[in-house]
Design a protein around this ligand. Structure first.
Ligand SMILES: NC(=O)c1ccc[n+]([C@@H]2O[C@H](COP(=O)([O-])OP(=O)(O)OC[C@H]3O[C@@H](n4cnc5c(N)ncnc54)[C@H](O)[C@@H]3O)[C@@H](O)[C@H]2O)c1
Length: 360
């Protein structure tokens, strides 16, 4: 069988996880090979290829050069910082290459729409890298919500974060990240609950964001470089009369902004505040009334053999083999991006804003 030819664009931190998973998949199934690597920092792609033993993989100092010269690529992982998600994805799709893109989808809604247009025109797939979706615990949570046990879901509180945990490097400047905590970890919390309830369309958002702790040199070592948000809170109205109450923090003067709770007319679900993005799960609690009695059922954590990151990359490879569909489709993630875009707009003008997602 012909092996799929894979490229990696951006050879920084998270690219290592992609490389590890492609190596595992190649060892198990002998169905792919990593043939091209690109990074704009000179020699980074070459060094990365040597580190991971991708012998024979060609390295490039820009994604455009790679896409120009590599005419047989079947798929690329895009592991660049947020501001370089849209252009790299669009350039790859325009060359007829399937894309596995790191989260968040991009920085603005407008970029997301351009990416969807390129995806549609190419006939290829763009899958966005939300690995917690592939974790057994998240699948269990989704099953419970979708089973109807909760009745009509009308209110969700979600988010998360840490008392102190502001990243550095490309995560904190506007030119590279564009958005801070909400794009880094907030998009995961949004995906967790929106996916569970079938990704209803967001309608309005009123939001606040801040950078108080990150901009204080006494509290953060790179305060003078910090240009994004370290905290965001938003009240979002979703189609179908569902309210989403969201808070996310890289830094705050409390240990957690609260658990995720999903309230329905027949039951409720409490998902302890976790780093779902790091496989950090604790037992959920289901609240029900049975014959008038108030019941609380603790649902043990479901463990799984493989890292969910492996399933994220494998699902992309399988989707290429099967000509789609995208495992984590843009038709859903554009709504996640539209909320993040709405938070930025509302925080900037200090008022509620409407969310309009153009048809693609
Ligand atoms: N899924 C996850 O668990 C997870 C974890 C960490 C980061 N991420 C996401 O991955 C992305 C990258 O994060 P990171 O920690 O690897 O950042 P990083 O800064 O370590 O790496 C990004 C790399 O992309 C390169 N780059 C930028 N533009 C490029 C271009 N046009 N062509 C080629 N190379 C280019 C940079 O030089 C850098 O080496 C971010 O969007 C982040 O949100 C996801």
């Amino acid at each position: 069988m012909k092996k799929l030819k894979i490229g990696i664009i951006g050879c920084g931190g998270i690219a290592n996880d992609h490389a590890e998973m492609y190596k595992l998949i190649a060892e198990r199934y002998d169905n792919i090979e990593v043939v091209a690597l690109a990074d704009i920092v000179p020699d980074r792609a070459k060094d990365f290829g040597e580190k991971w033993g991708f012998t024979g993989a060609r390295s490039y100092n820009s994604h455009t050069e790679m896409l120009e010269k590599e005419t047989e690529l079947d798929g690329v992982s895009i592991c660049t910082y947020n501001r370089q998600h849209a252009n790299c994805a669009i350039d790859a799709l325009n060359k007829g290459i399937n894309v596995l893109l790191e989260k968040p989808m991009c920085v603005t809604l407008e970029e997301g729409i351009e990416m969807m247009k390129a995806e549609k025109a190419s006939g290829k797939i763009l899958s966005v890298g939300f690995q917690p979706r592939f974790h057994a615990q998240m699948k269990r949570m989704k099953e419970i919500v979708r089973s109807g046990e909760l009745g009509k879901v009308y209110y969700i509180q979600t988010g998360g974060g840490r008392r102190r945990g502001i990243p550095a490097g490309s995560f904190i400047t506007d030119a590279t990240a564009g958005i801070g905590a909400m794009g880094d970890i907030g998009c995961y919390a949004l995906d967790m609950v929106l996916d569970a309830i079938g990704y209803p369309t967001p309608l309005t958002v009123t939001a606040f964001k801040s950078d108080y702790i990150a901009k204080d040199p006494k509290q953060f070592g790179c305060a003078d470089e910090f240009e994004v948000d370290d905290f965001a809170a938003a009240f979002i109205r979703l189609e179908g009369g569902v309210i989403l109450d969201f808070r996310i923090a890289w830094a705050m003067n409390v240990n957690t902004p609260g658990d995720t709770i999903i309230l329905g007319t027949e039951g409720g679900l409490r998902i302890p505040s976790t780093g779902c993005w790091n496989n950090g799960f604790d037992a959920m609690t289901l609240y029900k009334s049975v014959n008038g009695e108030e019941i609380e059922e603790v649902i043990p954590v479901v463990h799984q053999e493989y890292d969910c990151f492996y399933d994220k990359v494998l699902s992309f490879v399988r989707a290429i083999e099967n000509n789609g569909p995208a495992p984590v489709p843009t038709s859903q993630i554009i709504k996640n991006q539209a909320i993040i875009d709405g938070i930025q707009r509302s925080a900037a003008c200090g008022k509620e804003v409407t969310i309009d997602i153009p048809e693609v």
